[in-house]
Design a protein around this ligand. Sequence first.
Ligand SMILES: C[S@@+](CC[C@H](N)C(=O)[O-])C[C@H]1O[C@@H](n2cnc3c(N)ncnc32)[C@H](O)[C@@H]1O
Length: 262
Amino acid sequence: MLPKPAHLGPKYGAQFSDQSVADAYPMRPPYPTQIIETLAELAVDEPRNVLELGCGTGDITRFLAPHVHHIDALDPSAAMLHKARSLSNGLASNIHWIFQTAEDFDYARTYSLILAAESLHWMAWDVIFPRIRQALSPNGRLAIVLSRELSPVPWMPTLSPLLGEYSTNREFQSYDLIEELTLRDLFQPDARIQTPPQAWSQPVADYIESFHSRNGFSRERMGDRARAFDEQVAAMVAPYVEDGRLHFQLSGELVWGRPRAL
Ligand SMILES: C[S@@+](CC[C@H](N)C(=O)[O-])C[C@H]1O[C@@H](n2cnc3c(N)ncnc32)[C@H](O)[C@@H]1O
């Protein structure tokens, strides 16, 4: 099989084990409600057991849990799982948090929905796709949440080069996950939705901190450069701050289908 792009290698995926990344993670925008509702509708076979691969702080799992029977939510970052338990609904009795990689998990149950949200790119696709396929129920689906995204902001033309300059992931290149999976004949998408934009705002300090939840922007790895980065982002957004907050339009993108037989 074609090798994965280098910037999606395990050494970069491991950055989510940094404490600073887990601490900054709740500053990311939430997933739009329609993403959670659609995921709930996709789990049709009973019992409605769900597996989330790379669940992080549970931004999907914690909100999906009330709608399904059981969720196995796995992640190899102890810091992210610890944070997940401390957040709203993190102690729900039908969530089973699992400290493991998607590659090492045993896939012993049958699931009516297996999902990965902003995380599948970190996994060894050749290892996990056959296992996902075997663990899905007859009408089971693999759902890939591609993004929760803020609509283009006026400071983007100055922010983009700054992100390139400061990222500690020097191999980063833009890519299309679904294209990469299709190219390797791993996944057959059945449907794709983009949720309509909804208004969302956050304090400017939280917006700046949210960058440190991203791969390549861990405070531990940026060291002293983090402060210079923060100051430049603060200057960039200053003209747009209203009452200490920045205002955005938020949307999400979701694809679902079946893994292909290899
Ligand atoms: C950007 S976060 C997404 C977290 C969560 N799904 C969300 O949408 O907020 C990516 C997550 O993938 C996890 N991850 C990285 N490599 C992984 C692997 N091999 N198996 C499972 N999860 C992995 C990271 O620890 C991290 O929590």
